[in-house]
Design a protein around this ligand. Structure first.
Ligand SMILES: Nc1ncnc2c1ncn2[C@@H]1O[C@H](COP(=O)(O)OP(=O)(O)OP(=O)(O)O)[C@@H](O)[C@H]1O
Ligand SMILES: [Mg+2]
Length: 461
């Protein structure tokens, strides 16, 4: 049989409370009995000592115990304390020992410890006091101590104690049951909610959330972390769907163009001449680049992108890249200013990947800078970092969009015609390359009016 966590917590708390109540009841009962008996016996011993002088006087008066053997009824009268037993002594009839019938447990023994009169079977544990007349022990007064509470008032007292004990025990147990119920319900409700939400999450309901009650305990943190986890899963799922949609869309467009062109050629609408072939080649090249970029990103994601790092000079690398773009920049009417450090600025990196990184940045500046604008590239050292900044003139990117530039397929103008833009993968690839070099890349506004991309790589000493 399976019990819920709440039932088990309830049972555990209740059992513990029950065990404590029973243990306390038993120990209270045992202690009370012992202390109560101790008190009765103490009183009885006091009474015994009070009786010794009067019994001694009785012997002295008759010269033997024979008068008691003849008239046993005189025994209780004999036990009364002598009137001069002390003015401070309470009247025997009022002492607790008298009330509990202690004198009924007294036995008179002769000098050979044979019973003469009194309690019929004195116990081996009896408390004895000698009766001494003229220096001779003529007998013993023995008290058989109380061993259990068995009669009259003392029994009623003990029973009342026991009943009170039981009542308190039952009340404690009921209170514990109520508390256990409350604890098990109250404490475990959030846990139950999280369990149910996890079940829904597992089944693919990524919008499953649990209420956060703002408590800083473990359950509160668990609820908070659960919600974070669900949110992350929801976002990842949305990103995955978006990515798949973007990939298929990006692949479909050039394929559709290719298809259309080929059909037009087949139907004789277009002639298969050099410009038509160039257009076809262009579409194939676009497709090729897209597939290459996606492949590269997927490799970077699974950590399989290989890097062959060597020591290289960043200044020389940027100089070469700028040289390679010289013709394109001129064609767009862009002026380039290149600020290189006087000393070589060494970093440890993969030359091919870094060329790709800076090539992408130059490519973007060529594509997204209005004709007649300017491009300013700065390479310098700042502490232990090598910095490369690529500034260009208008247009820029709205500040709220800057962090999104590194997202896959993100384009500032999604509807831009494909002749003037790519798929929106370039900067995500740049980010992966920089991360693989333990560096950072950030986009910001440039003083020239356009975009500034700042790349930070660890510099070699
Ligand atoms: N120098 C820049 N000036 C203005 N906008 C820019 C600049 N660089 C990038 N952008 C904007 O950021 C977007 C993302 O750039 P990214 O390089 O990632 O993709 P892309 O150039 O569109 O395509 P791809 O590089 O994959 O061919 C661009 O579409 C463009 O809108
Ligand atoms: Mg680009």
């Amino acid at each position: 049989m399976k019990f819920s966590l709440a039932t088990r917590v309830f049972a555990a708390v209740l059992c513990t409370a029950g065990a404590v109540a029973v243990a306390m009841g038993v120990s209270a009962h045992v202690n009370l009995n012992r202390d109560f008996l101790g008190y009765l016996n103490e009183q009885a011993v006091g009474r015994l000592e009070l009786a010794v002088p009067s019994v001694t006087a009785g012997y002295r008066e008759h010269g033997s115990w024979a008068f008691l053997q003849r008239q046993p009824e005189r025994w209780f009268r004999l036990l009364r304390p002598l009137p001069d037993a002390g003015a401070a002594a309470p009247s025997p009839a009022q002492t607790p020992a008298e009330l509990t019938g202690a004198s009924r447990r007294f036995t008179l023994l002769d000098q050979n410890r044979q019973r003469i009169v009194g309690f019929p079977s004195p116990a081996a544990t009896a408390i004895e006091r000698p009766i001494v007349v003229d220096g001779l022990t003529v007998g013993w007064l023995a008290l058989t101590p109380f061993e259990s509470v068995s009669s009259g008032a003392e029994k009623r007292f003990a029973d009342a104690q026991l009943r009170a004990g039981w009542a308190v025990g039952v009340a404690v147990l009921l209170a514990a049951a109520a508390l256990a119920f409350w604890v098990s319900q109250r404490l475990l409700r959030p846990v139950r909610e999280i369990a149910e939400a996890t079940h829904r999450l597992t089944a693919g309901a990524y919008d499953a959330r649990v209420p956060e009650r703002g408590t800083a305990d473990e359950v509160g943190r668990l609820a908070h972390d659960f919600n974070q986890l669900a949110l992350t899963l929801q976002r990842n799922e949305a990103m995955r769907r978006e990515f798949m949609a973007d990939v298929s869309h990006e692949l479909r467009t050039p394929l559709a163009v290719l298809h259309g062109e080929l059909e037009a050629l087949e139907d004789g609408v277009h002639r298969l001449d050099a410009p038509a072939l160039r257009a076809l080649q262009g579409e194939v090249a676009t497709l090729h680049k897209l597939v290459d970029d996606l492949y590269e990103l997927s490799l970077a994601d699974i950590g399989a992108l290989s890097y062959r790092k060597t020591e290289l000079d960043l200044g020389a690398l940027l100089d070469e890249t700028a040289g390679a773009f010289g013709e394109r920049l001129r064609a767009r009417g862009l002026t380039l200013r290149l600020d290189l450090p006087a000393q070589p600025l060494a970093t440890f990196g993969d030359e091919r990947r870094l060329r790709q990184l800076f090539g992408n940045l130059f490519e973007n500046s060529c594509r997204y800078t209005d004709a007649g604008g300017a491009l300013h590239v700065q390479v310098r050292r700042e502490g232990r970092q090598a910095l490369v900044e690529v500034h260009d003139s208008a247009p820029g990117v709205a500040p709220e969009l800057l962090p999104r530039l590194f997202e896959r397929f993100f384009r500032v103008e999604p509807s831009r015609n494909r002749a003037s833009g790519g798929a929106g993968l370039g900067l995500s690839i740049c980010q992966r390359i920089v991360q693989a070099h333990e560096g950072r890349i950030e986009a910001g506004a440039s003083a020239l009016g356009g975009l500034c991309l700042r790349v930070e790589l660890p510099a070699l000493a």
